[in-house]
Design a protein around this ligand. Sequence first.
Ligand code: C5P
Length: 210
Amino acid sequence: MKISIDGPSGAGKSTISKLIAKKLKISYLDTGSMYRLVTFYLLENNINLNDESLVCKNLNNINIGFKDGFVLLNDKKYENEIRSDIVTSNVSLISSYKCVREFLVSLQRKIASTNDIILDGRDIGSVVLKDADYKFYLTADVDERARRRFNETIGFSFNEIKRKIIDRDNFDKSREISPLIVPEDAIIIDSTNLNIDETVNKIIGEIKNV
Ligand code: C5P
């Protein structure tokens, strides 16, 4: 069974996907964390992020693994580090590069081919797993998404967080390669007025319906 969940920033994709994976007893792959790990590596090694060919060359030093449900960078787990503001502010640029997408999409397909799995991201239903059994597009009103982020973030005002979300969504939607879109055959779930459990149950209900 292959399930894709795409959608804009802060829609709760990873929280919801993790819970669905647990309920259905399948694996979960957070593809956003792969793009974040690559960005983290480049920042840590002072690579000029605007130099696309240098970024591409550096992919040779990066090994992204998947073990026990966690995405690893050169065999190490990084959790808080890849959620930092500096990584979040630069990840969309790095994920717009062709070499980065080719590198990670082939890994994602490989992982998905050997597991019953749910993948969340921006291009899962439209590119990575075009033949997924169930495709969802999880969204929520931008004020609600910003409010949820604001409640779990220290150091930024509500308006700053909302601005960052809007900017990242615009970048992800307007990039040339694999932009964020609603996949043709995806079921749209709007979680603006739903809590976590209600959203999980709605998606599982749709899976059972199909
Ligand atoms: O989901 P998350 O916020 O961790 O994703 C971080 C960034 O990684 C996104 O804003 C997007 O630029 C990129 N991404 C992507 N394709 C995916 C998953 C994430 O381009 N499948």
